[in-house]
Design a protein around this ligand. Structure first.
Ligand code: DGJ
Length: 733
């Protein structure tokens, strides 16, 4: 709910448990008064005390105590009287960079408007949310600025974005246009982010915030493996289950900045949006610029509750299409089974085994097109490779279908190999700097998706493949991030628009392809989780979480990913041992138990299983078919954090709270421990739950406060390395 308190001159937005309050001062300045646990009302003078520190310039000659430098601002302009980082910077034709955000009027709407050309959370019915539009003007450039806030009625979510419109009569340039700014009062805070690397994505890092600017971001043209467009500001005493946590998640797949600046008085300014380093946007008179959306989630009960809010929102009001609410098929992917070395016969042998094991979808990965025997060639030539597939894709897909499996296909549509017919025909379609030899990454270049004709060509080419073979699933990969930002299509002063124009082109392509093929399940990928972000989830409801398929590494990666992203969005496969990334040998049971915490599948040569392993796999497949009825949509409780010890544990509570799935993993074995208690969370104290494996019945209180006893391996003197156990419980009273 959103209302304007005329007397106190403030906007009060509420969600089920939170309030977000913005004030208007002197009829023109927007102040950030509060965001946190729900309030009935607020006295604006209680939010902060106007003061003018030495050296702070004074915007008001009548009131010398007044300073924007110490004011908690809602959307601060640049270089006038606030020395902290601005939320936007607009340059006039004369080069002037100073700005001044001045309030003009507001509007409150039912529902949530869509964002033109950009992914965003949505509502299905106007009763699900209200949106506040605050109209302001930049006093120096004359640019109109509209701040948009959507407060969700059923979730503790405030979604924000900003739109700039130029009606000044002159051309201006935006050098910085962040989606969000929140000025927090002085306090002790920690920052939680999800740094990583290829095959080590989204590890959890928490560090105390100190004076100055702390930032993460990406300049790689993609949201990246190295950082994720997510940041949580945590009050220093907050934990997984306790305390105030403020989440910021950017619905965008390109370059981003997330920063937190602690000012000299201990106040903290958090900002998020498109990275200003490789960005600028020229606005002719009459033109507009739309920022991506940032999704703000407050939790008064620690990180766990923040994550569950993001999960529910992203699963139900960001992901779209037929598969949003549907069970996902259990797949086998041939990448780690064959890499590039396959032919139709080999594929069909794997498909035969898959059918026998109960697997439902076969996914043909890289190497099916052009003359692709390794990664040096053919990206862009999306026609089947006759040497490997003599009966074409259609022939293979039909044979896979005859075996009772669906057929899926890998693509990397944004890329181009120098050794390809496409490059020979259109070398200028590849991103490169004229007169210089381009840097290849994984032997490939990127197609210039900032160009309309390139996007149109890709839409048509991908469509032709999808329309001419029975394809039920697409894995959309991207294995080179962006360098050499340059496009011949833009004038010199507009070159910094290219990174964002690429993403807008990509989103247009994704919208066209996914809406033309609504029955296909799309999974995005960028060398694993190099573009695991909310922007991609809007078009494709799942992402290949990481190229690291080792069960132990996956515990860390999936734990970190679960900070923001729902179980239903994470691809997780059982792979061979020794693992191809780490060389680690883990039991088949553990590999499956870890993969069942995501969209389950296999990525190994099924024909190499022993008879005994086949029986085990059949049981795993049958188990997952039951689990997927509720696990992907479950409320996730993280019970044990692998970053803090040698074990990990997750509880997946069904939405109706009538059943849950529980996992426990001991990573490094421990001798001379016979048992331990695993304290569960999220249950009802008074309710009774039956363990399906043992038939024993426990009260919710007992499971949460005494815990469930986990016993050591019978054959060992303790818990062995890579010990894993899972349980299913049903509520009986
Ligand atoms: C990177 C992906 O993450 C892998 O799963 C696989 O599809 C390869 N690319 C293929 O080149």
């Amino acid at each position: 709910m959103i209302f304007f308190d005329e007397q106190n001159q403030l906007f009060h937005m509420t969600t089920p448990h939170t309030s977000y309050i913005v004030g208007i001062e002197k009829g023109k300045y927007l102040t950030h008064l509060y965001w946190g646990k729900k309030l009935a009302s607020m006295c604006p003078e209680n939010a902060y005390c106007s003061n003018n520190l030495s050296f702070s310039p004074n915007p008001d000659r009548e009131d010398k105590s007044y300073s924007l430098d110490t004011m908690p601002q809602e959307y601060p302009a640049s270089y006038m009287s606030d020395f902290r980082s601005p939320a936007y910077e607009v340059q006039r034709q004369d080069g002037c960079l100073a700005g001044e955000f001045l309030f003009e009027r507001y509007e409150i709407l039912r529902g949530k408007p869509t964002l033109c050309g950009l992914p965003a959370t949505y509502v299905e019915d106007d009763s699900e949310a209200q949106t506040l539009l605050i109209y302001g003007k930049d006093g120096v450039s004359g640019l109109d600025v509209i701040l948009s806030y959507t407060a969700f009625a059923g979730l503790d979510v405030i979604a924000r974005n900003v739109r700039f419109s130029n009606h000044s009569g002159k051309t201006v340039t935006l050098n910085r246009a962040l989606s969000v700014n929140v000025d927090f009062p002085a306090g002790r805070y920690d920052l939680l982010t999800l740094p990583g690397a290829w095959a080590r994505e989204r590890h959890v890092e928490r560090k105390p915030l100190r004076a100055g600017y702390s930032a993460i971001g990406s300049r790689r043209g993609a949201s990246s493996h190295q950082q994720n467009p997510f940041m949580a500001l945590m009050e220093a005493d907050a934990t997984e289950d306790y305390g105030n946590v403020y989440g910021f998640s950017l619905v965008y797949s390109g370059n981003f900045l997330a920063g937190a600046e602690m000012d000299p008085c201990g106040g903290v300014r958090v900002q998020m949006g498109i990275h200003p380093d490789l960005f600028s946007w020229q606005l002719l008179n009459g033109e507009s610029f739309q920022t991506p959306e940032t999704v703000l989630v407050f939790s008064g009960n620690g990180l766990g509750e923040m994550s569950r809010t993001y999960h529910k929102l992203y699963r139900t009001r960001l992901c779209r299409g037929k598969y949003r609410d549907q069970n996902r098929p259990i797949l086998v992917n041939n990448w780690e089974a064959t890499y590039f070395d396959f032919d139709e016969e080999k594929i069909l042998r794997i498909a035969d085994e898959a059918k026998d094991l109960g697997i439902e979808l076969f996914v043909l990965d890289d190497g099916w097109f052009g003359k692709r025997d390794d990664d040096t060639t053919s990206l862009g030539d999306w026609k089947e490779y006759g040497k490997k597939l003599p009966n074409g894709l259609k022939g293979l897909a039909e044979k896979v279908q005859e075996r009772g499996l669906k057929f899926g296909l890998w693509f990397e549509p944004e890329m181009i190999s120098v050794d390809s017919d496409l490059y020979r025909a259109h070398p200028d379609w590849a991103i490169q700097i004229p007169g210089r030899v381009p840097n290849e990454g994984r032997n490939q270049l990127i197609l210039d998706f900032s160009r309309k004709e390139v996007c149109d060509y890709i839409i048509e080419t991908v469509h032709n493949v999808l329309a001419h073979a029975p394809i039920s699933y697409v894995k959309w990969d991207m294995n080179r991030h962006m360098t050499e930002y340059y496009t011949p299509m833009l004038e010199a002063e507009r070159q910094k628009e290219m990174g964002h124009r690429y993403i807008l082109g990509l989103y247009r392509v994704l919208e066209a392809i996914t809406s033309t093929h609504p029955d296909i399940l799309f999974e995005s990928c960028s060398g694993g989780g190099g573009r695991f972000d909310p922007g991609m989830l809007y078009y494709m409801p799942q992402t290949w979480t990481s190229d690291d398929t080792d069960a132990v590494e996956r515990l860390y990666i999936q734990y970190g990913t679960s900070m923001v992203y729902p179980v239903s969005s994470m691809g997780a496969h059982v792979s061979a041992v020794p693992n191809h990334q780490t060389g680690r040998i883990t039991p088949l049971a553990m590999r499956a138990d870890v993969a069942m915490s995501g969209n389950f599948g296999y990525e190994l040569d099924l024909t190499k299983f022993t008879e005994e392993e086949k029986e085990e796999v059949k049981k795993q497949v049958a188990t997952y078919k039951e689990l997927r009825e509720f696990v992907p949509k479950a409320d996730l409780y993280r019970l044990k954090n692998p970053f803090e010890g040698d074990d990990a544990s997750f509880l997946f509570l069904s939405q109706d709270k009538k059943q849950f799935f529980l996992t426990y993993f001991q990573i490094k074995g421990e001798v001379s421990y016979n048992y331990r208690h695993l304290k569960l969370k999220g249950l009802e104290e008074e309710a009774y739950y039956r363990c399906e494996e043992t038939g024993k019945v426990y009260s919710g209180a007992e499971l949460m406060y005494v815990g469930l006893m986990v016993k050591k391996n019978e054959e060992c003197c303790g818990f062995r390395d890579y010990f894993s156990r899972t349980w299913r419980f049903t509520r009986i009273a």
